[in-house]
Design a protein around this ligand. Structure first.
Ligand code: CAA
Length: 263
């Protein structure tokens, strides 16, 4: 991803927000192995950069966020390679979901198959009104293999997830919003500015609190209720040892804006 090198993923930082743009518009930003690897490298770079507070994932061009895993690349795989590819996609997307910094998907068009799965691995999904979502894998003789069978039912409930996965139907951004698959739908032309505004809001919050909130929701969500409550209490307690908590509570009491140090 050095300047001038051919790249399937663009990386830019603006106002403490890292924009990670999948850049294969002629293939509707379909994900081959190399592209997924570049997304992980970009995400890791953003997570490790102290000057980055929020990550945004989006797709290049007008038409697609990501139209799925690269069907041409998958067509030549055998069962063993298919399983390896699935595990590779899952672990790559886990890097986003486990990011201690918030990750927003700015969904600017088709989010199908692995593209819908990529968006679901982000913490917040903001869609342009032209976005389309779906898990069309069964039409290819496949099933969702990048976390879709699990994340979709956790987001929208088993009944709706089952219907989307079995029918392979595409749904509009408004329908995706109605069922809870996306957080917000905005005019397509305003997607970048609206996402930038949402990211700026997150960037003003306490980074340590954001990281612990993500951990509590993600890790706790996979535990039984009792263990999840204990985890929440432990993470809540840890916040009391931070400068950010002292600053946030003092700023409230002194009626001023907090200046968080992230410690
Ligand atoms: N893989 C590889 N190439 C793809 C692609 C994909 N997932 N999606 C689109 N493309 C390519 C097309 O082959 C075409 O390339 P050429 O110009 O070289 O022929 C180019 O992108 C433009 O696509 P279309 O001409 O098809 O554009 P359209 O506007 O007519 O249709 C579309 C758009 C409905 C999104 C259609 O491209 C489509 O159905 N794409 C495939 C969607 C899909 O099935 N995704 C799931 C993949 S499987 C998966 O993701 C598994 C998993 O869970 C990990």
């Amino acid at each position: 991803m050095e300047q001038g090198a051919p790249t399937a993923v663009e990386y830019t930082v603006r106002d403490r927000v890292a924009w990670i743009t999948v850049n294969r518009p002629k293939k509707l930003n379909a994900l081959n192995r190399a592209t997924v690897q570049e997304i992980t490298v970009a995400a890791t770079r953003a997570i490790d950069d102290p000057d980055v507070a929020v990550l945004v994932l989006t797709g290049a061009g007008e038409k697609a966020f990501v139209a799925g895993a690269d069907i041409g690349e998958m067509a030549a795989m055998d069962a063993r390679q298919g399983q390896d590819f699935g595990r590779f996609l899952q672990s790559s997307f886990d890097v986003l979901e486990r990011s201690p910094k918030p990750v927003i998907a700015a969904v600017n068009g088709f989010a199908l198959g692995g593209g819908c799965e990529l968006a679901m691995a982000c913490h917040i999904r903001i869609a342009g009104e032209n976005a389309r979502f779906g898990q069309p894998e069964v039409g290819l003789g496949l099933i969702p293999g990048a976390g879709g069978t699990q994340r979709l039912q956790r987001l929208v409930g088993r009944g709706k997830a089952m219907e989307l996965i079995l029918t392979g139907d595409m749904i509009s951004a408004d329908e995706a919003h109605r069922i809870g698959l996306v957080n917000r739908v905005v005019p397509a032309a305003e997607l970048r500015t609206r996402v930038a505004a949402a990211a700026a809001g997150l960037a003003a919050k306490s980074p340590v609190a954001l990281a612990r909130a993500i951990d509590a929701v993600m890790t706790g969500g996979d535990l039984g209720l009792d263990d999840a409550m204990r985890l929440e209490a432990a993470l809540f307690g840890l916040c009391f040892a931070t400068s950010d908590m002292k600053e946030g509570t003092s700023a409230f009491l002194e009626k001023r804006k907090p200046e968080f140090s992230g410690t």
